[in-house]
Design a protein around this ligand. Structure first.
Ligand code: CO
Length: 203
């Protein structure tokens, strides 16, 4: 039986261990955060940004949602992005999807899942755009390919926000990375070189 009290006990143990190792750690972090990275990932519990990249508290600013979607109408995401770019001045924005993503799989299925289908409508559009390739693959391979296409599309969406375009225009250096994580071996692979400048308007 899962005990919620255990979380609080584990938290105390963790804080004590961190303090023992570096007595100034919490005071230093409490005074300011200056992460150089923004992580946009899936809410999936198996893909925690800090743990899988070996980063400590204070090193990565994080936004997660179902299927790591970057919707230009999502004020939550835009607020995170604007703060990360304009205030924290992050140098890297990482879009990290994962193979076997349930959100992406749902976008491939031809039945209703509820409200989430509205959230996934952009991924369903992507599916339609790549129907020929996806239909030629077995179901699991099609899901994984759409997971990759989704990461690439969401990275382009980040690059096309006014926030990132304006930052590049000002000469701010930002690299937008397209990464994908494999649940069954814990490995992240980049899908393409990062986007480091404004995209042409044609693709
Ligand atoms: Co997912």
């Amino acid at each position: 039986m899962y005990q919620i009290d255990q979380l609080l006990r584990k938290n105390r143990e963790w804080a004590d261990a961190v303090h023992a190792d570096d007595p100034a750690f919490f005071n230093r972090l409490a005074s300011q955060q200056s992460p150089r990275l923004l992580w946009i990932g899936c809410s999936d519990s198996r893909v925690p940004a800090n743990q899988i990249t070996g980063l400590a508290p204070g090193e990565v600013f994080v936004h997660r949602n179902v299927a790591n979607v970057v919707a230009e109408t999502d004020f939550n995401l835009l607020a995170v992005l604007q703060y990360a770019v304009d205030v924290l001045k992050v140098r890297h924005i990482i879009i990290c999807g994962h193979y076997g993503c349930g959100g992406v799989r749902a976008a491939l299925e031809n039945f209703r899942h509820g409200m989430i289908d509205n959230w996934l409508s952009g991924i369903r559009s992507l599916r339609r755009m790549h129907r020929e390739e996806l239909d030629s693959l077995p179901p699991e391979a099609a899901t994984d390919r759409l997971c990759e296409l989704n990461v690439l599309a969401q990275a382009r969406h980040v690059a096309r926000t006014t926030i990132v375009e304006d930052a590049w225009e000002r000469g701010q250096e930002i690299a937008v990375h397209s990464w994908i994580y494999r649940l069954d071996n814990g490995i992240i692979n980049p899908l393409t070189p990062p986007i480091c400048a404004a995209l042409e308007n044609i693709d």
